[in-house]
Design a protein around this ligand. Structure first.
Ligand code: FAD
Length: 344
């Protein structure tokens, strides 16, 4: 098939980790930057666009009439070996975990806490992925993206990306605005272990090792093992990881909640606000392990919604809405859905 050609009636059911039944009317695989002006041309002709990476953080409708652009750009280059940092350029279509693993074999340490997060490099800045004490923005120097409607390439410095907890200006701009083509990482040297997360410190591969003796490989292995135990594998049971963000509330509201719910799980934030464990709130409402038709709440992780079979977005979002309602009624706290909901 020639570059920029569009495939019609493409089944996306196996291209989203939730396994939601979905058919795209039109799909373009983006292998080369030279295809980008064509995407802009389609938009100027009145077509709406949605960018797709690994499909691990999207809720897809049963049918998408927008043009789906699947980013397949590849390439990993060491741009600079500075005394204070490794600076690495990575194309958006690279698989995130494979990049983390290969960076480590090159000695470019600093991403090990983010191992085994599914999806692509290009999507990682969209929601500023984070895990085990590290958020992606702390490892980024710049992001280069194509503005689809205006047809121009822009490189944003980290401070201009509007990064926040599971958020960025790319996400806030909405679907069809920015298509990230590459990410420039900056991994500080000398490397320092990030071991603040309780599960990590307790892991048998790390417990008892002096902080200065821990290496990146040990953290990588521990993170992979913990994740494999805690989270369902999307290849076996459709899911998108955490389905809700952990809500952040003012300290005053937390104090009131604590009086009624002594065991409430919370993490104080630097700005005096408090982040609540959404999974705990959901569990307290009795949702853990419940199944409704083809969808349900995972038996071990209340934050993870799962697809037991041929579920559609409608069923999944109805379950999510019931959960949000219970949590709001019991705790007065609003849960926000983490994956991006793609309109038809
Ligand atoms: C089992 C499991 C565990 C997970 N654990 C974590 C975790 O620990 N921490 C965490 O933060 N997330 C986690 N996630 C969520 C998910 O893996 C990340 O958000 C990931 O970055 C999504 O990548 P993707 O390529 O699959 O994006 P997609 O799902 O394809 O897309 C997500 C969003 O990004 C946009 N997008 C994708 N590629 C581009 C691009 N090149 N340019 C512009 N926009 C783009 C899409 O339009 C969409 O809005 C988990 C998911 C699963 C299934």
């Amino acid at each position: 098939m020639p570059l920029s050609s569009i495939a019609h009636a493409v089944d996306l059911t196996t291209l989203n980790t939730l396994g939601l039944v979905c058919q795209a009317e039109q799909l373009m695989d983006l292998y080369d930057l030279s295809q980008l002006p064509k995407v802009t041309e389609y938009v100027r002709g009145g077509m709406q666009v949605v960018v797709l990476g690994g499909g691990s953080n999207v809720v897809l409708p049963a049918r998408i009439s927008r043009l789906v652009v699947r980013v397949q750009l590849k390439g990993i280059t060491l741009a600079l070996a500075r005394p204070d940092a490794w600076v690495i350029d990575v194309a958006a279509g690279e698989n995130w975990h494979d990049f983390v693993a290969s960076a480590m074999t090159q000695g470019w340490d600093g991403l090990e806490n983010l191992a085994l997060i599914p999806g692509s490099v290009g999507a990682a800045p969209v929601q500023n992925i984070g895990a085990y004490g590290v958020e992606l923005d702390s490892r980024i120097e710049s992001v280069t993206a194509w503005h689809i409607p205006e047809g121009r390439m822009v490189t944003f410095k980290r401070e201009d990306c509007g990064f926040n907890y599971r958020d960025s200006m790319f996400k806030r701009a909405g679907l069809g605005h920015w298509l990230i083509v590459s990410v420039r990482f900056c991994l500080p040297r000398p490397w320092r272990a990030v071991l603040g997360y309780p599960d990590l410190v307790r892991h048998p591969g790390l417990a008892g090792t002096a902080m200065e003796e821990v290496n990146a490989r040990q953290i990588f292995d521990a993170v992979c093992e913990i994740r494999r135990t805690k989270l369902p594998d999307p290849a076996v049971l459709g899911n998108a990881g955490s389905f809700f963000k952990n809500p952040v509330i003012p300290a005053s509201q937390f104090e009131t909640l604590k009086q009624h719910f002594a065991g409430i799980v919370a993490y104080p934030q630097a700005d005096q606000s408090v982040k609540l464990a959404a999974g705990w709130l959901i569990e307290q409402c009795g949702w853990k392990g419940r199944r409704i038709g083809q969808v349900g709440v995972h038996t071990r992780q209340a934050l993870v919604l799962v697809n037991y079979g041929q579920a559609t977005a409608v069923e999944l979002l109805a379950l999510a809405q019931s959960i949000r309602q219970s949590v709001e009624e019991k705790f007065g706290v609003e849960l926000e859905i983490e994956p991006v909901q793609v309109p038809a």
